[in-house]
Write a protein that binds this ligand. Structure first.
Ligand code: ZN
Length: 250
């Protein structure tokens, strides 16, 4: 499977037995009736800035108070949102890190939550398909040209992350994995939404106009294919909050 080679060096750092991303084989996932619905709560006023970190763009939130929270699902505690970011491809053929039955998405959005005082992150992954223009996302798309180069940061306020959630957040898969960027730490609870959201081709084109490189560098590199290659599941179970066999055929 050709997923492009635009990223300078795939993150082939040797890891342990619980690495991410992985493929979700729908029929092998295990329905778990104990998985509760997810509950989110957001305050758009806590949105602070957007940052081109040289790998993606991060939309960062004030996480010093319980203003943006995720509870329920597989989580024992209340998690706080600190940032969200995207991964995307150079074309609409690929871009996501996780796949569902080997199906690649052109992008995915990752709200990143954590527990207070602990390194115990939780990623809630929402697959992104190309389709109609995403009105809620447009405010962010309009701001992206101001952080074209690596290390640029601009103030960014009042962005409501709930607009990036699909209509149904009760159907998801979950498994234990790792960060997909160094240090690849294996303490991540992954929650992968079954339902995708849509953004337009033109909106994705603005993502692709960002750069991996800083303004001083001679050779500029487009920020595309910013995903890690897939990792073996190694016996881990992927649990689902819904019964796969009751769902419509793909
Ligand atoms: Zn990521």
């Amino acid at each position: 499977m050709n997923r492009g080679n635009g990223y300078p060096e795939p993150l082939a750092v040797p890891g342990g037995d619980r690495q991410s991303p992985v493929d979700i084989a729908v029929k092998k996932s295990v329905f778990d009736a104990e998985l509760k619905p997810l509950v989110t709560s957001y305050d758009p006023h806590t949105c602070q800035q957007i940052w081109n970190n040289g790998y993606s763009f991060l939309v960062e939130y004030d996480d010093t108070k319980d203003k943006n929270t995720l509870t329920g699902g597989p989580l024992q505690d209340q998690f706080r949102l600190c940032q969200f970011h995207f991964h995307w491809g150079e074309t609409n053929e690929w871009g996501s890190e996780h796949t569902v039955d080997r199906r690649l998405f052109p992008a995915e959005v990752l709200p990143h939550y954590h527990l207070i005082m602990k390194f115990n992150p939780d990623y809630c992954l929402i697959p992104v398909q190309v389709g109609k223009r995403h009105e809620g996302l447009q405010k962010l798309v309009d701001a992206l040209p101001t952080i074209r180069h690596k290390d640029s940061i601009v103030e960014f306020n009042r962005f409501d992350p709930s607009c990036l959630l699909p209509g149904n957040i009760n159907d998801y898969w979950t498994y234990h994995g790792s960060l997909t960027t160094p240090p690849l730490t294996e303490s991540v609870t992954w929650i992968i939404m079954k339902q995708h959201i849509e953004v337009s081709h033109d909106q994705l084109a603005v993502f692709r106009s960002l750069l991996f490189t800083s303004a001083e560098e001679e050779v500029q590199k487009s920020m595309v294919n910013n995903f890690r290659v897939q990792q073996p599941l190694r016996g881990r179970a992927i649990r689902s909050s819904f019964t796969p066999f009751l769902q419509e055929a793909p």
